[in-house]
Design a protein around this ligand. Sequence first.
Ligand code: SAM
Length: 233
Amino acid sequence: MTNRRPSSARWLEEHRNDPYVAAARRDGYRSRAAYKLIEIDAAMAARNGGRGLLHRGNVVVELGAAPGGWTQVAAVRVGAAGRVVALDLLPMDPVPGALILLGDFLDDAILEPLRAGLGPSGQADVVLSDMAPNMTGFKVADQGRGALLAEAAFDFAFSVLRPGGGVVLKLFQGPDFHGQVRRARTHFDFVKVEKPPASRDRSAELYLIGTGFRPDSVSFPEEFSDRGMPCES
Ligand SMILES: C[S@@+](CC[C@H](N)C(=O)[O-])C[C@H]1O[C@@H](n2cnc3c(N)ncnc32)[C@H](O)[C@@H]1O
């Protein structure tokens, strides 16, 4: 392996020694990322008298789902009475109980199949986003692309969440971060930012958890934005 760049050699070494990688293999999860959602939900349950974010019968939208660790967790938690609509740019293998959509969340054409997947109510109990851009190594460009995905996920969540619904959205530390948290605080009764233990220290990712969505905090003026999304009051 003489021609391997030091960073990929370090990644391989880390991967080999990573307890979450071993646990995912043992527990049948497709990715170590599954434990981030499990830990976030457990932390919510611990502070909320045992009540986590994902419940039997929930309708869940998941953005940036491949290879499917979060999808596996969500599909088991919502059970046969619920539904999970999972989207990614990349193809992924089926997950029992989940509708898998292939497409770019930033492409308006995907909004209609996403909404159709929600079922008759057209509403979601929970919106999850673990979307991450392909990192270029150029900090400003990467932060900008991460922020764009997070903003689009917020807009979408505000347009489909039922009153009282919740989100778990991946955010990236950077110039837009505090504004995004402030934005969430105007629309949810409870907002918390978590770095679950399964998230690597060197990753700039953080997860915003919002519960108790207040639809009346979002206004729907006659003029809609390009994506048919509501504007905020
Ligand atoms: C960290 S991975 C998700 C891991 C997943 N949560 C799991 O448990 O396996 C981030 C995903 O976001 C997806 N993604 C990035 N930009 C996207 C976009 N514009 N539309 C849809 N998916 C996107 C990537 O293709 C990638 O699969």
